[in-house]
Design a protein around this ligand. Structure first.
Ligand SMILES: *Cc1c(COP(=O)(O)O)cnc(C)c1O
Length: 429
């Protein structure tokens, strides 16, 4: 298979043109060549996925898998969904990128959809979850400086949280393994145990002892990477009260749980509260790179020059994300996430009683669920499931995570539970 190279380009521009069309149709994949050129920042499974449809994907050898990873809770509509194909095609033909120097109608329409369907009043668009959280952190700091007169603001986050991989967001992330070797970290963060209201109240009292310093509390409604650990409603309701009383911003990281994943459109609906600010990314574009920071009016403090992104909110990603949102609503996929999630938890609960030496518990909301193991075997179970044609992803060493596309069918849920049953029976032997 011919390969496009810079050398070719310089030597013979015409030959490159023909190379481009053939390279597009099929890329010759060799793991050794890949590893020779791509930084080894990921521990990858020895599989290259090359095609997908609905909740199924195929690898370069033609083997089929049931995809309960969905690009880590990202492919909301699964693979090759007609609505996405249509939106991508229409938008690329029309206009794909300009700049925020100009009004972008698709960006406005997506922001309007999000505002009309959530508690937020305004939206800023970026390209990823980490960036969405960076935007929220900057917003909270400016709010503290300009509205609360705090010179040295602190943001409280939780142990076992995950907020991204930029310097500020690994600092916000309450897990030392993501911070190791990247000192000095960003100042202004303080950690508390999750779902522990006494610890939070004590931390606020201590930080605010001399003068007010706490600007915001940043939490996931359900901790995803940290082990699929749902937030408790009474914990979040008390936090909401504290934030109202002390003018502290409540920021929710909905990067993994937003967009219908939990069987409600937003994760916070499971907790009976509204945040002041929340962030989105993964499921928002169904797989095109987009993130968003959403805020209520009273803390909408960012002004021209404060924050920006070259790619953020471009016509391409916003056109596609809008069609993902509309499809979610038209095909009642949030209700599907609720129903299929209940079915999955019931199926997994039977495995918990059948293999009680291996599996401790199933927990989650809608279509984000974790199987909690009795020992650190998550990666072994994920590998074995892959051999059975089922894609899963660990959430820490002891939890296997299930985050299929929201279009998943009842038959596909049953098939996944059957495959996992075979995997656990092999491991139990
Ligand atoms: C994935 C994730 C992020 C980071 O998103 P990126 O797009 O990888 O930057 C942040 N917060 C949560 C809760 C996530 O699950």
């Amino acid at each position: 298979m011919p390969v496009v190279s810079l050398k070719n380009l310089v030597k013979n521009p015409l030959s490159v043109l023909s190379d481009v069309s053939s390279a597009k149709s099929e890329i010759d994949f060799q793991p050794e060549t890949f590893d020779a050129h791509v930084m080894t920042t990921y521990g990858r499974f020895p599989v290259a996925l090359t095609r997908g449809e609905g909740c199924r994907v195929w690898d370069s050898e033609g083997l089929e898998y049931l995809d309960f990873v969905a690009g880590i809770a990202t492919c909301t509509l699964g693979h090759a969904h007609p609505a996405m194909i249509d939106a991508v095609t229409q938008q690329i033909k029309k206009l794909h990128h300009v700049s925020n120097l100009y009004y972008i109608p698709e960006q406005g329409a997506l922001a309007q959809w999000l505002v009309e369907h959530s508690c937020a009043d305004k939206v800023f668009f970026c390209n990823s979850g980490a960036e969405a959280n960076e935007g929220a952190i900057k917003l909270a700091r400016k709010y503290a400086h300009t509205q609360l007169n705090i010179a040295d603001p602190v943001i409280i986050t939780a142990n076992a949280s995950f907020h991204g991989r930029t310097l500020a967001t690994i600092t916000a992330t309450g897990q030392p393994k993501y911070q190791k070797n990247f000192n000095p970290l960003v100042p202004g963060f303080h950690y508390v145990p999750y779902n522990d209201i006494q610890a939070l109240e004590a931390a606020i009292a201590q930080l605010n002892a001399e003068q007010p310093r706490v600007a915001a509390i940043l939490l996931e409604p359900l901790q995803g990477e940290g082990g699929v650990n749902p937030g408790q409603a009474d914990y979040f309701q008390r936090i909401r009260q504290i934030c109202d009383e002390q003018k502290i911003l409540l920021i929710l990281d909905e990067v993994q749980v937003g967009m219908g994943r939990t069987g409600k459109l937003w994760g916070y609906e499971n907790l009976g509260i509204e945040p002041d600010v929340f962030t989105l990314a993964k499921g928002l574009g169904g797989g095109v790179p987009i993130g968003a920071t959403l805020t209520k009016q009273h803390c909408d403090v960012l002004r021209p020059g404060d924050h920006a992104s070259t790619f953020g909110g471009n016509p391409f990603v916003c056109g596609v994300a809008l069609s993902v949102c509309q499809t979610l609503a038209q095909q009642t996929l949030v209700a599907n996430a609720q129903a299929r999630g209940e079915q999955l938890r019931a199926g997994l609960a039977t495995l918990v009683s059948k293999y009680d030496d291996l599996v401790e518990q199933v927990r989650g909301w809608g279509l984000i669920n974790g199987l909690v193991l009795t020992s650190d075997q998550a990666i072994d179970i994920v590998r074995a499931a892959m051999s059975e044609g089922l894609l899963l992803v660990p959430a820490g060493p002891r939890v296997v995570r299930f985050v299929p596309p929201l279009v998943v069918s009842a038959a596909e849920i049953d098939a996944a539970v059957d495959k996992l049953d075979r995997v656990l029976s092999q491991i139990a032997d």
